[in-house]
Design a protein around this ligand. Structure first.
Ligand SMILES: [Zn+2]
Length: 236
């Protein structure tokens, strides 16, 4: 669904990637879970964009529910350029072990057979998705011609986590830096999945200076309230 002039909000089985369509660019932000490619493709094409017309793919961070369909996208879109924050790319290009995987590998000996199998499957999942990035973005970098597309480095959930800000549309896609609650209320990062909670909350302070009228949480979707008061509440 086109939610602002240049941004389409995609809902793929409860996950919420966005598509930024501006300045000749068709930029997808985040790529769902493994196995969801057909759903993701259908959601993109429902916006009138044939999948092969995507120009760039930007990840908010390294978790598998954000990068799952990267291989299918790269295969379907010749010349697709892929990006993440410079603090995140090493975890996805094979240089470093992804954060959640590393934490689980450390505890492998204490795990049940079933949990261990899950961790090994996760490891295989990352090994099968070594990403060739076009570039690593720094805080504030992006594609200005595409309605002022830029990333805002918001470390904490993972070291290179970034939100995407489309300045021209006053829209923020939060990645996992914030989530929507069951009542549609805006919540901070989920402590269960967040590596460094203090840092993650501190990162949110950066958003206080941005003009944000439309906010999409990757987990939860569109926030219908006013952003700045909701942010103040989270920061306490
Ligand atoms: Zn996530």
């Amino acid at each position: 669904m086109r939610i602002t002039e240049h941004v389409a909000w995609l809902n793929v089985n409860g996950l919420n990637p966005i598509l930024v369509l501006a300045g000749g660019e068709n930029i997808l932000v985040d790529a769902c879970l493994p196995g969801q490619f057909e759903l993701l493709k259908a959601a993109i094409e429902a916006e009138g964009i044939p999948i092969e017309k995507l120009t760039r793919l930007v990840f908010t961070h390294q978790d598998m529910d954000h990068i799952g369909c990267v291989n299918e996208l790269a295969a379907a879109v010749p010349g697709l350029k892929i990006y993440a924050h410079e603090g995140e790319t090493p975890y996805l290009d094979g240089t470093k072990i992804p954060v959640k995987l590393a934490a689980r590998l450390e505890k492998l000996d204490e795990m049940s057979e079933g949990d261990r199998a899950g961790v090994l499957k996760m490891k295989e999942g990352y090994e099968a998705r070594k990403i060739r990035f076009e570039g690593a973005l720094k805080d504030g970098e992006g594609f200005p011609g595409a309605a002022g597309f830029k990333i805002v480095h918001t470390p904490g959930h993972t070291p290179g986590h970034a939100c995407v800000y489309v300045e021209g549309d006053r829209l923020l896609m939060t990645g996992d830096a914030m989530n929507l609650g069951a009542e549609g209320e805006l919540l901070g990062p989920n402590p269960v999945y967040t590596k460094d909670m203090a840092q993650a909350l501190d990162s949110l302070k950066k958003l206080a200076d941005l003009k944000i009228e439309t906010l999409i949480c990757y987990h939860g979707g569109l926030f219908r309230g006013e952003f700045q008061p909701a942010l103040k509440k989270i920061l306490g």
